[in-house]
Design a protein around this ligand. Sequence first.
Ligand code: UFG
Length: 315
Amino acid sequence: MKNILITGGLGFIGSNTCIYLLEKNFKIFIIDSFLNSSEDILKKIKYLNLQLNNTNKNNLIFFEGDIRDKDTLRNVFKYALKVDAPIDIVIHLAGLKSVSESERNKMLYWDINYKGSKNLIEIMEENNCFSLIFSSSATIYGVNNTILCEDSIIKPINNYGKTKLAVEKLLEEKYISNPKLWNIINLRYFNPIGGHSSGLLGEDSYKNPNNLFPVLCMVANNDRKYLEIYGQDWETPDRTPIRDYIHIEDIAKGHLCAINYLSQRLSGFISINLGTGKGTSVLELIKIFEKVNNKKIDFIFSQRRNGDVAKYVTS
Ligand code: UFG
């Protein structure tokens, strides 16, 4: 299984996963709409790819397109066949991921995250491709103060989590309808942070980020005056929310593990948490960041953000 299609391959997780898989000699097809990415990221992946000791320099093929457009998806599969590299596995990362935006703009999230995924699954079927790694999220567990394992109660409280859960359900139905055919892993990411060791691929903050880590970096760079901590009244020891922050290069490696797992079996359906098992509160993260970077981070407390929960940590 050597030919991989990565939807949303220029995003934070996508770009880091692409370069990791290129290092491991996979042939990568990327489809990305530039909605939350840029040509610059593509250039950086190409640049890093050239630095690799890889003899096959035709190992990266890019298509600009939106997963809501079936014809674009069809063309990618068609092209892969034409160049004698039929797609073996799809890593489906394309989607929107901001909890707060998903509350403000609900239909957009259903359109891109759900409808886009449904399109992709249909085009995969048309092309006899049945192996899929889906980017799901810890958000689907909802309010749950226990340590989360894959069979913990699932009850998303924000729209983003609801769209991810709906796709998981759709995939489960697909699998049940033909258990000998589909080979599916839902990777439930916890909170990815950090960047590629080259310093070139991180979580881009040029489009008004909502996530904690890029905002923290902006404050450190004096691009924002202070960090707003959403809520000071959470049911946690220091009253700020706890998350399971996982380095982006470990997330990238997680995808290779998932590919190897899919390659070892003919079919199946499984969900796997991708985190570290260690929880860190917002205040703790600020302290660590200040110590490592020798930089003071100014912050204020504000209201809780819609759709947030106190704690997400995997077992
Ligand atoms: N936070 C702040 N101030 C900010 C940004 C965030 O206090 O400016 C807090 C949030 O309230 C939350 C924590 O920092 O308690 C982490 O927030 P993020 O926005 O970085 O991450 P979330 O946990 O809300 O969601 C993220 C991703 C989702 C993913 C989820 C999995 O956005 O895609 O982690 O746990 F699904």
